[in-house]
Design a protein around this ligand. Structure first.
Ligand code: FES
Length: 103
């Protein structure tokens, strides 16, 4: 079965940060937000990510740093066999895991 490996920055300003690696089964058409949601449902329910619209690029709540570039988790396709690094935005106040202030 094809998989996607996610290296996700976890933690809080109080706890500090660390990287957790998750292996997610790939599905056709899967976005990185779908992959993160799979992790929340099957491996780490306390992983925090913010989103609302899920695909329209309208809410911008799922912004993150994806392999070093700012992007939206919901409209970035996962690639079978890939390894992807996901980090919170560095330009906004970090709250927890992939979530930062909206301002
Ligand atoms: S969930 Fe709204 S832009 Fe990604």
């Amino acid at each position: 079965m094809a998989e996607v490996t996610l290296e996700i920055t976890r933690g809080t300003p109080e706890q500090g940060e660390w990287v957790e690696t998750y292996t997610v089964p790939y599905a056709d058409g899967m976005s990185l937000l779908d992959a993160v949601q799979w992790v929340r449902e099957h491996q780490s329910p306390n992983l925090v990510v913010r989103f609302s619209c899920r695909s329209a690029n309208a809410c911008k709540e799922c912004s993150a740093v994806i392999d070093g570039k700012v992007g939206y988790l919901c409209n970035t396709k996962a690639v079978a066999g890939s390894r992807v690094k996901l980090q919170p935005l560095s330009t906004r106040r970090w709250i927890r895991d992939l979530v930062t202030d909206l301002d």
